[in-house]
Ligand binder design. Sequence first.
Ligand SMILES: *[C@@H]1O[C@H](CO)[C@@H](O)[C@H](O)[C@H]1NC(C)=O
Ligand SMILES: *[C@@H]1O[C@H](CO)[C@@H](O)[C@H](O)[C@H]1NC(C)=O
Ligand SMILES: *[C@@H]1O[C@H](CO)[C@@H](O)[C@H](O)[C@H]1NC(C)=O
Ligand SMILES: *[C@@H]1O[C@H](CO)[C@@H](O)[C@H](O)[C@H]1NC(C)=O
Ligand SMILES: *[C@@H]1O[C@H](CO)[C@@H](O)[C@H](O)[C@H]1NC(C)=O
Length: 948
Amino acid sequence: MELPAVGGSSSRKPSKRVWPVLAAFVFAALYFSIDLPLLSARGSRSHVRIPLHGADTLAKCRSLSVKPAPPPGFSDRTHSDRNEPGTPLVLIRNATIWTGLDNGEDVVHGDILLENGLIKNVGDVNAFKLNMVNVTEINAEGAWVTPGIVDVHSHIAVASSPSLNGANDANSVKGLTLPWLRAVDALNTHDDSYAHSIAGGVTTSLILPGSGDAIGGQAFVIKLRPTSERSTSSLLVDPPYGLNGTAVDYDIPPRWRHMKYACGENPSGAYSVTRMDTVWSYREAYEHARQIKDKQDEYCSKAFADEWEGLGEFPEDLQWEALVDVLRGKVKVQTHCYEAVDFEAFVRLSNEFQFPVAAFHHAHEAYLVPDVLKRAYEHPPAIAMFAAFSRYKREAYRHSEFAPRILNDHGIKVIMKSDHPAIQSRWLLHEAQQAHYYGLPANVSLASVTTNGAELLGLDHRLGYVKEGYDADLVIWDSHPLALGATPVQVFIDGIPQLQASFTKKRDDRQAAPITPSFEKEAEAAVKFVGLPPLEGTPITSGGILFQNISSMWRRDESGVHCVFRTRDIDDEGVVFVEDGEIVCAGTMGTCTSFLGDKGLTVINLEGGSITPALVSAGTSLGLQEIASEASTVDGTVFDPLQGSIPAVLGNGSIIYAVDGLMFGTRDALNAYRSGVSTAITSPISNGLLGGVGTYFSLGAKHKLEDGAVLNDVTAVHVTVAHQDGGPSVSTQIAALRRLLLGPYTGERGASFEAIVKGELPLVVNVKNADIMASLVKLKQEVEAVSGTPIKMTLVGAGEAHLVAAELAAANVGVIVTPPRPFPFTWEGRRILQGPPVTEQSLVTTLFTHGVTVGIGHQGVNEYAPLTGWAARNLRWDAAWAHIDSHGLISMEDALNMASTHVEKLLGVTRKASDSDTVATKGGELLSFEGKVVAVVSPRRNVVDLFE
Ligand SMILES: *[C@@H]1O[C@H](CO)[C@@H](O)[C@H](O)[C@H]1NC(C)=O
Ligand SMILES: *[C@@H]1O[C@H](CO)[C@@H](O)[C@H](O)[C@H]1NC(C)=O
Ligand SMILES: *[C@@H]1O[C@H](CO)[C@@H](O)[C@H](O)[C@H]1NC(C)=O
Ligand SMILES: *[C@@H]1O[C@H](CO)[C@@H](O)[C@H](O)[C@H]1NC(C)=O
Ligand SMILES: *[C@@H]1O[C@H](CO)[C@@H](O)[C@H](O)[C@H]1NC(C)=O
């Protein structure tokens, strides 16, 4: 090994790896064996000199074509590079382990040993009866264990929560293509999201720059647990060599890198350009990178041929090196792209410049164009998507909840992702659950948030499986992970338990995957109608309908929702007979026979399904918009009397009525209707103090003039009190509210506030912060002291309401929680209660146990998708989740009330309960993953809408 003396490669680091050293030796030997004889034979050829760092240069040249791979010998490791010394061994006994192997079909009943940050052993109980000391032993009692959830699309730490101007680092505005930016340089270590996401079982996330740029920069994989070093770099998983200034060892394969791209609306919007400009910006950048790559290749072929003469420096450019690596196939291209036009442009780019696309993210139209995806260079991209979050912008208008199953049927890799905080990654598993409900097979659904994600990140050699030698990232679940409300009992990252205490435990009745309905026809229609299948039901306006084979039934009267019967034994099958849109008989076949007339009879077998009062949506702008970010599809925003002048034509003391702007038949409304939400309460869209007057209407109606379309023109007055960037102070807003309440009363606005003070109309306040809630309670008391009459006050939003639960109950203030499971989006709403497994009670449970009247609103309230109605369809599951999270405190009846009668009462609905709508579900209950809505019975509209 006398080579160093000649070749000057003494700076090369010694390596433990066997094969690269051998390869390097063979290559170097080859090279020098040509040169050495020349040297000795013709000592005069001293001008053909290898430069001082020639061997390094050659090593670099050789490495150019080496594809990323785990370091040699990786599978033999005994310690994780992320191991925290002193971590006790963990032995999980008696688990039901979904390993991720065998296409997601492999389930092992047994034990798991975690040591040195790795999974040491899986399955063989007896093998673990060792003389182990300092072992934390956990008896899983047969509970499900899965690999930690992998989120391939997160903005944790670059778009932090609570959102503050000082920590908003997701999008640079310095140019359309910025491949040199690195998310790692902006990772906020104080994001509240870390703990929040871990509580949902998320262990690993790909942190991407935002989507404002065509190329937004490099993304990095992190694990979410706190590290003893508290640094950003200690969060990283397999960071690219050289990131922290350590010299790169060119003799071992590189690690995967990630680059964020965005097509379509977002870069167009951020830079006021067209799609054509964005695609040109790609081509221009790629052409530049290609030229550098060609120069490098030319340089290296000369170096390999020993033509050092005048070769100069290796051609490199720090700004473009990452894009050159993309062209060399060493970077996972992660592209935010929604529409057919954008996929096609990007696929064209991938073929023009010959680089593979790892995944299209969001990709709401991917299910419509599988053949376009299959034309991408080398392999079709995986599709990383949402389950139901859609229609917040035009590109997401043709979204289908059946996209995951359709893509899977086409052999495309399906991954569910959060885009945290758009969907909070804590609930990423719920995305997989919804995909499963709409038809994605169970094995693929679980893989979509574990193994498939690990593979997309190029980390399936250490993440995404419960397998010996893999990172010790695991979740023990209280339920089957595809069961609604499944919650971690414990989460391990690098073998370290992440939950201090766990306020949930194995739930024996929830250990099987739900048996979900069939949606074959619906999925076909989604494709056939290019994403816009007709959503209206088939109206039956005459004749009788007999629903039979019913296993449970709830009805409502003036006092609320009541269970009529609920049985698992449906031998004595229940029937419900409906005529002229009204239930005329409910009971057994024997009791109802006499009611069946001889008019035409439609018989519907509910196969053990259910009859349930319809749910009521609140807290979104359902009925006032179709696509939130397209102004021409939205009712618009009201004038705020506190912030600007009101046009004179509106008159002094004007107030706006939501009913005047109502639009019917929006896709969000119809999807909600098909999910058992038959009515909604909506208030005017506002970004100031005074919203206006709400209205109560039917989601299944075709237009406002139809019978039963509008059920209450006027419901309540809606206002917002919040900390505003540049707006009037909170104290100013409270002062204005005091003035509005105490008079003098001017115009219609005055009349509305006078009605509030007389207790005739509720005052509904959008509020997040507990201190503001306290001010509102004081204001209420102040006004009541003057008037002598109780005011009806309701808080909406109310993420911090648990801090004043007893006081709200005492003041008789009701609460509608939106979103139903709170998240610290803002500083003023950051003091949330996480709920199980982190705290014993959830926000809803706490309010309920204090005697506050609680209603449940929607998820869609955040800075990315304000007040969009997409989530209304999920009210059934949000209500069920409140019941599940309460561990027995909130009954199914209570949950149904929270999603219907309480919402009506709190928001000022005066319509009588007796003629409210009823929903028939097949196969299971409305508040479950088993039931499918097949009919809505509406006495108000005198119709039964069938959906089968
Ligand atoms: C076991 O843990 C205790 C307390 O952390 C420590 O003092 C002891 O040295 C450990 N024993 C071994 C064998 O590691
Ligand atoms: C594992 O737990 C299940 C459920 O509690 C129990 O039935 C079974 O006996 C346990 N098996 C062992 C080996 O402890
Ligand atoms: C740089 O990163 C490597 C790989 O993660 C690590 O082994 C090394 O200690 C780091 N060096 C410094 C100076 O942080
Ligand atoms: C598991 O996944 C494969 C696709 O990868 C699918 O063909 C198969 O039907 C699935 N198995 C089950 C039981 O759903
Ligand atoms: C009622 O539904 C159950 C569950 O789907 C089914 O097994 C049973 O055959 C049905 N009975 C009748 C009479 O249709």
